[in-house]
Design a binder for this molecule. Structure first.
Ligand code: NDP
Length: 289
């Protein structure tokens, strides 16, 4: 008879703050459904302790870790390798441990891209407008550019961040890019096929907040996406629905980045539907199942 193993494989997330990070719900549901002896832990790690935490992760033979604020860029010096996409984005949200080596990935933009694919939205040759130029916008813009978008327009309130991201796309990908300063109500130009809100506008508790844009420029042939995962039916998506546009909420991005992490850490296909249902239940969204 085989000796039963009580060993548990550890993964999780390092961040500060960390209390409200919901990825644990997705990952635990997936491990349980696949009967894997894995645990996902939300671990409070202060900026000054990141190196120690990474060493601890190696010492404990962890399979990997997610990184959130404030560690996504700070972790770069401690990695043994980095994916092409994460290197262009300049930030890592997932570490995978392979033969004792730490490899950095960025699964935020890939999760977003997968949620477009799930909705049969093609990126190739499309003209895309992205609101925001922070961490989420960077990851999304780079993945969309690498997936063959024709042109990306970055719209941002602060010029410096917006111009930096625009230059990054122009220099590191073959996608065209331009920057638009967001200092007045914007109208979505006719040639735009996909609009993405990658700002924190609409994030709980500011659920009534909406981007400053001309509602009548949201056309029925436009795809409107939002990244807000909790309370995902944002004011922007409601506005877009009223104009007949197709909408994609931020829950898909969250679930799919979790599914990609799961696959990277376990080598197994993720039970995406189980993960989606677990997070919908957690967020009290069961009625939309
Ligand atoms: P950052 O702080 O890095 O960037 C925030 C961006 O939002 C900046 O471009 C900022 O503009 C802009 N912004 C914020 N408030 C306003 C406003 N009132 N008007 C105009 N622009 C505004 O945050 P992240 O990029 O890390 O996160 C952005 C959002 O993405 C969050 O809501 C987060 O929850 C979500 N997210 C969702 C994920 C998912 O899986 N669904 C994964 C990761 C993030 P400026 O540069 O001018 O300050």
């Amino acid at each position: 008879m085989m000796q039963k193993s009580y060993r548990e494989e550890l993964v999780g997330v390092f961040g500060d703050p960390i209390d409200e990070n919901p990825t644990v719900i997705l990952e635990q549901a997936a491990f349980q459904a696949c009967q894997l002896n894995y645990r996902y832990l939300n671990i409070l790690v202060k900026s000054e302790d990141l190196e120690q935490a990474i060493l601890g992760m190696k010492a404990m033979h962890m399979k990997g870790i997610n990184l959130t604020i404030p560690h996504k860029c700070a972790v770069l010096p401690y990695l043994d390798g980095i994916s092409k996409e994460a290197s262009i984005i300049g930030a890592v949200n997932t570490i995978v441990v392979k033969d004792g080596k730490l490899v950095g990935e960025n699964t935020d933009g890939k999760g977003f891209l997968t949620s477009l694919q799930e909705n049969d939205i093609t990126v190739l040759g499309q003209e895309i407008m992205i609101l925001g130029a922070g961490g989420a916008a960077r990851a999304i813009a780079v993945e969309l550019a690498l997936a063959g978008a024709k042109k990306i327009t970055i719209v941002n309130r602060s010029r410096q961040r917006g111009e930096e991201l625009t230059t990054l796309i122009q220099e590191k990908t073959s996608c065209q890019a331009e920057f638009l300063l967001w200092n007045k109500t914007i109208s979505i130009p006719e040639e735009i096929n996909i609009l993405v809100n990658a700002t924190s506008i609409g994030l709980f508790p500011n659920v009534e907040q909406k981007p400053d844009l001309d509602e009548s420029s949201l056309r029925p042939d436009l795809v409107v996406c939002d990244v807000i995962p909790n309370h995902p039916r944002t004011q922007l998506l409601k506005m877009a629905e009223q104009q007949g546009a197709k909408t994609i909420d931020g829950l898909g991005m969250l679930v799919n980045q979790g599914a990609i992490n799961f696959q990277l850490w376990t080598g197994k296909k993720a039970p995406v539907e189980v993960m989606k249902q677990a997070i919908q239940k957690e967020f009290g969204l069961e009625e939309s199942l």
